[in-house]
Write a protein that binds this ligand. Structure first.
Ligand code: HAM
Length: 410
């Protein structure tokens, strides 16, 4: 018989890994709700157009990495590669633009056909937020503060630095693009094939290239900050001032451009050195034309998405599952009493495990295997006296506890 494997770039989550995932998404839930963000769940697939228009046809994500298929009705659909375009589409299709500003958070699976490696998968989980309808730089500051609070809650803030940049408004970007084109044209023959294509379609993407030949040329490319007009400069300064006010440390990285076309003004990434090449654990920025691109009114937005798988990798060693109590009958005569006690403990919210069969030795072995902290032994003279034997499995100490006191004791 053929033995099946998971599809390349996908994996099963269980044990420590799913605990770390849950820990991260729970942290997002808690922090986002303190900031007044409500949950949104958008479909896992959308019309391909939503992403193509929203994120830009020439981005790597749309042109190379999307899972696109025709459904049985002949519609072209795509598995979502990210959450922002879907949230913007949801705002338009639910007529929510009357109720701005809107604050959403989400957590769920995303799909990209990328080359899998540590921290990079074809199905991965993002947890993110989107703030819609706020034009002021204070919106950017709030979203970055939320990201910072979230990473603190996850408990890995010490491993991470914030890099930030401004891509300016449309006018600044157009001027910058012109400067980039005239710079890169000088090196056209040495650019990678992809980047030669990008030169005509979207020269900013060249700055993102991971090809060695492009990276060398990028070193001396013009910098965005020299092309920001006054309004864009003032906007960026206001964002940085807000971060200073809140004591959030950052590094301005003039080469940070991000891989998606919808960004305007602020872009940022939280980065760690601990995960090799996949060190960006959270990334986002402002997008002022996305909702309009998707057929809605002009509504600006700012948000971020964190890579839950990457945060979970950083955390995995640190999260320990809660240790249950093992209930162990002395022999099969006490099976019923042990069963009843186990259910009683559970009804009080105490995590309890009952080995289903075997003699006491075998059941004690199981108690160790599941890393139980304590065992309650049911039976013997103690039982006749109306008590259980409570054993500490770390140091072996034993004591008698009356039936009525066991829940309190545990
Ligand atoms: P992104 O930079 O494409 O932005 O992805 C955000 C984060 O998702 C990355 O920093 C990374 O941690 C994680 N990620 C991306 N691809 C993979 C992968 N193949 N495997 C594991 N983790 C991955 C966005 O998606 C934007 N929607 C963020 C945003 C929200 N901008 C504004 N609002």
């Amino acid at each position: 018989m053929k033995s099946y494997q998971p599809v390349r770039g996908t994996r099963d989550l269980f044990g420590d890994e799913i605990l770390a995932h849950r820990f991260v998404t729970d942290a997002m839930r808690q922090v986002a709700s303190v900031y007044g963000y409500g949950e949104i769940v958008t479909p896992v697939f959308e019309f391909t157009e939503v992403f193509a228009r929203g994120m830009g046809e020439v981005t790597d994500v749309v042109s190379k990495e999307m899972y696109v298929f025709n459904d049985r009705g002949g519609d072209s659909l795509a598995l979502r590669p990210e959450g922002t375009a879907g949230v913007a589409r949801a705002l338009v299709s639910n007529g929510m633009a009357q109720n701005l500003p809107l604050k959403f958070y989400y957590a769920g699976p995303m799909f990209r056909y990328e080359r899998p490696q540590k921290g990079r998968y074809r199905q991965f989980t993002q947890a993110g937020v989107e703030l819609l309808g706020v034009d002021s730089p204070n919106g950017d500051v709030e979203v970055i503060a939320l990201a910072d609070a979230f990473l603190r809650k996850v408990g890995i803030k010490g491993l991470i630095t914030l890099e930030i940049n401004s891509l300016g408004d449309m006018e600044s970007r157009e001027n910058y693009k012109k400067a980039l084109v005239s710079y890169f044209e000088k090196y056209e023959d040495s650019l990678s094939e992809d980047s030669r294509r990008r030169l005509r379609l979207n020269p900013l993407r060249i700055l993102d290239s991971k090809e060695e030949c492009d990276k060398k040329i990028n070193e001396n490319a013009p910098l965005m900050r020299d092309y920001l007009n006054d309004a864009s400069k003032a906007f960026f300064d206001a964002v940085l001032r807000g971060l200073d006010t809140l004591g959030i440390a950052y590094k301005v990285n003039s080469k940070l451009v991000r891989g998606l076309d919808y960004y305007r003004h602020t872009v940022f990434e939280f980065i760690t050195d601990e995960l090799g090449a996949q060190g960006t654990v959270l990334a986002g920025g402002r997008y002022d034309d996305l909702v309009h691109e998707l057929g809605g009114p002009k509504v600006s937005g700012i948000g971020f998405a964190s890579g839950v798988d990457r945060l979970a990798l950083l955390l995995k060693e640190r999260i320990k599952p809660a240790r249950p109590v093992a209930v162990v009958p002395l022999n099969s005569e006490f099976d019923d009493a042990a069963l009843k006690l186990t259910e009683e403990l559970r009804s009080k919210g105490i995590s309890a495990d009952l080995g289903f069969s075997g003699n006491m030795g075998k059941r004690m072995k199981r108690a160790n295997k599941i890393n139980a902290a304590k065992a309650v032994i049911v039976g013997g003279d103690e039982y006749a006296r109306g008590a259980y034997t409570l054993k500490n499995l770390d140091d072996g100490a034993q004591k008698e506890v009356l039936f009525a006191d066991i829940c309190k004791e545990l």
